[in-house]
Design a protein around this ligand. Structure first.
Ligand SMILES: O=c1ccn([C@@H]2O[C@H](COP(=O)(O)OP(=O)(O)O[C@H]3O[C@@H](CO)[C@H](O)[C@H]3O)[C@@H](O)[C@H]2O)c(=O)[nH]1
Ligand SMILES: [Mn+2]
Length: 360
């Protein structure tokens, strides 16, 4: 794909929000300042709403705490997790932009093998602006990157590609391992930089991590619900996984692409594996039933919008996963509440965005 005269990043300066969930602090922004400062930030403050989170000067932002979430959503706030990074999806709800990039507050600027700092946001933008190839795998990976192309035998009828809905980035240093793996390999670090972006083939699920993720909000936003986790819930650290499985099934149905690979960020803090085990353990055996459910999920032809797909999926969750645990009945209801909240905030054009400060 030919580079435009203006850098892709500047092309999306007013079309992309950066969503950050935090229960700690935002000091990490200093390192990202050269790349993030031109963009609007949506900070979702988790935990105690009376705690003051300091936003480094010079950033254009809006900040929402639990009181804001309750004020804006009323009873629908029940679908937004508390005391879990899943709260970040509130930022997707209130954004008015076409694209979202979400990043954790313990993720820093990584360096490529040449020692050059990686502008992760720019790479996500390139990924989202270039088509995807879910229907036929290109063995030289992303055919739209400079210096590569489709290989011999690749059908010309498929070379236009399809719109890209999701760009899933990776992590150097602390990999996003589950608790058991973290426990048996406490010192393992990811030092492998793989210079590749690839489309995840249609019909294939993947473990979507929310710490370095971008997506086209206008395409897949209504399905990017980070499921009910944290306080009062029997499970944690499956919020992003849930969103990844739902969005991949819907992207496959709608004919959109999901990419994974570049960009890398430097993940600095390993969360406590024992705490993580308590959060994850039910998910570790439940997912042996969840994956076959998503692999066999079929969306009817009359599901022509993401909202319709998502509601249909919630009905199938209730019917088929409600038997696994009653939690999935609650989750199916929360999925419906999420779509209702999405449509309420995004059809009336109600803007809750205020420059540089707390929400209205
Ligand atoms: O109760 C909480 C806990 C954390 N946060 C914020 O969420 C992100 C991620 O937190 P953390 O880095 O501690 O957790 P990790 O295990 O490294 O995160 C990975 O697991 C996923 C959780 O499902 C997450 O998406 C992955 O990155 C930070 O910004 C915390 O400040 C929170 O808001 N509330
Ligand atoms: Mn982390």
């Amino acid at each position: 794909m030919a580079e435009t005269s203006a850098s892709p990043t500047l092309l999306l300066k007013d079309e992309l929000d950066i969503v950050i969930p935090t229960i700690r602090n935002l000091d990490f922004l200093e390192m990202w300042r050269p790349f993030f400062q031109p963009y609007h930030l949506i900070i979702v403050q988790d935990g105690d709403p009376s705690k003051i989170i300091k936003v480094p000067g010079g950033f254009d932002y809006e900040l929402y705490n639990r009181n804001d979430i309750t004020r804006i959503l009323g009873p629908k706030a029940s679908c937004i997790s508390f005391k879990d990074s899943a709260c970040r999806c509130f930022g997707y709800l209130v954004s008015k932009k076409k694209y979202i990039f979400t990043i954790d507050d313990d993720c820093f600027v990584a360096k490529d093998p040449s020692g050059k700092e990686i502008n992760a946001l720019q790479q996500h933008i390139k990924n989202l602006l270039a088509p995807s190839t879910p229907f036929f795998f290109n063995t030289l990976y992303d055919p739209y990157r400079e210096g590569t192309d489709f290989v011999r035998g690749y059908p010309f009828s498929l070379r236009e590609g399809v719109p890209t809905a999701v760009s899933h980035g990776l992590w150097l240093n602390i990999p996003d391992y589950d608790a058991p793996t973290q426990l048996v390999k406490p010192l393992e670090k990811n030092t492998r930089f793989v210079d590749a972006v690839m489309t995840i083939p249609k019909g294939t699920l993947f473990p979507m991590c929310g710490m370095n993720l971008a997506f086209n909000r206008e395409l897949i936003g209504p399905a990017m619900y980070f499921g009910l986790m944290g306080d009062g819930q029997p499970i944690g650290r499956y919020d992003d996984m849930w969103a990844g499985w739902c969005t991949k099934v819907i992207c496959d149905h709608m004919g959109w692409g999901v990419k994974t690979g570049l960009p890398y960020i430097w993940h600095s803090k390993a969360s406590n594996p024992f705490v993580n085990l308590k959060k994850e353990y039910k998910g570790i055996y439940w997912q042996e039933e969840l994956i076959p459910f998503f692999q066999s999920a079929i969306l009817p032809k009359d599901c022509t919008t993401v909202q319709k797909c998502y509601i249909e999926l919630s009905k199938q969750v209730r019917a088929k996963l409600g038997k696994v645990d009653e939690y999935f009945i609650k989750l199916a209801d929360a999925m419906v509440t999420w779509v209702e909240a999405w449509d309420e905030l995004n059809q009336t054009g109600k803007s809750s965005e205020v420059p540089n400060g707390a929400a209205k």
